[in-house]
Design a protein around this ligand. Structure first.
Ligand code: ZN
Length: 327
């Protein structure tokens, strides 16, 4: 579609671009995971991704049950994190195929923002789960330190932020909870090693990012191990809920960056898209395209808008007569 202004000197056309930009760094975010979209289990990258997903299912259940049975708030917080990872993976599975659908008349920019809305949901979930868990930990510690009848506990427990068994005496987290957290570190480290090795062999940024996610997850379990064993060895009952508070902070922190990113994209910010690798590639291809299809015309600039993992490019061009007029 070529839209030329009445003066005939300037024009622009919009085009739908499907590029996956490379993700850099080892942040704790969930990029669209290409390895969950295929069922070709002969590919080691696909296999290790599914193994990681299944291991997460088992560990989320094990840590959740263990945390409740053995009275460990830090292990429960760790389990909540594992559940949010799972929700995110399944959401990726559910939305990526929708985002790939070709453009329609009603959706001329494609369906990519379904992915962004999914990312928004997961990030919001992290913030809600982290806040609720952190609230419960603070209340537990306050009840233990100040007593259930203290003014702070009285008013703080009224906040509608989460569930808490008011007035139940705090029980020491048991050693068994620590063993579960320790086993989780072992499994996650093994997943990191295997995924990182395959990622490097296949030169896959997505796999390497997934590998580092496994290792970041180790951190939460390490906090749990330290707070449970420290509590047992030093006789400090409050240390485990304090560990839960730290993990809650980690969960909230993991939600903030993707939430900002999703809001920014949905609100129409184009800065991120136009400073990406993709912007350079589109610029190069648009230059070639204009040279080939519109001899004499010149590319002025390319504006990218992001729609999830898709982009829509507006290519601004100028005609030779305008340049003559200016010259
Ligand atoms: Zn995680």
């Amino acid at each position: 579609m070529l839209r030329v202004s009445t003066a005939g000197f300037r024009g622009s056309f919009r085009t739908f671009v499907r590029y996956h930009s490379h993700s850099h760094g080892h942040s704790h975010t969930h990029a669209a995971n290409a390895y969950l979209q295929t069922t070709n289990l002969r590919d080691p990258g696909v296999r290790i991704t599914w193994i990681g997903l299944l291991a997460n299912v088992g560990m989320a259940a094990g840590k959740g049950a263990g945390g409740i049975i053995f009275h460990s708030q830090s292990l429960i917080a760790d389990a909540i994190h594992a559940v949010s990872d799972l929700v995110s993976d399944f959401l990726t599975l559910a939305t990526v195929s929708v985002a790939k659908k070709p453009v329609t008349k009603a959706f001329p920019n494609g369906y990519g923002r379904i992915e962004t809305m999914g990312a928004f949901g997961v990030a919001a979930l992290l913030l809600i789960a982290g806040t609720s868990m952190g609230y419960s930990s603070i209340l537990t510690i306050a009840e233990f330190a100040l007593g259930t009848e203290s003014t702070f506990v009285h008013y703080f427990s009224m906040l509608p932020l989460g569930h808490h068994d008011h007035g139940k005496p705090l029980q020491m987290a048991e050693w068994n909870a620590m063993w579960i957290a320790l086993a989780s570190i072992g499994i996650k480290e093994a997943l990191f090693q295997a995924t990182n090795r395959i990622g490097k062999k296949q030169n896959s940024q997505v796999l390497i990012a997934n590998a580092w996610h496994h290792r970041v997850d180790c951190l939460a379990s390490a906090v749990s191990v330290a707070s449970i064993s420290g509590g047992q060895l030093l006789g400090l009952t409050w240390l485990d809920p304090f560990g839960g508070l730290i993990i809650s902070g980690m969960i909230i922190r993991a939600g903030i960056a993707p939430l900002k990113q999703a809001i920014s994209e949905l609100a129409g910010n184009t800065t991120v898209a136009n400073s990406s690798d993709t912007a350079e590639r589109v610029q190069d291809e648009a230059t070639l395209l204009v040279e080939r299809l519109l001899p004499g015309w010149q590319l002025e600039r390319v504006l990218l808008e992001q729609y999830g993992s898709n982009y829509v490019a507006t290519v601004f061009i100028s005609s030779p007569s305008k340049r003559t007029a200016l010259g």
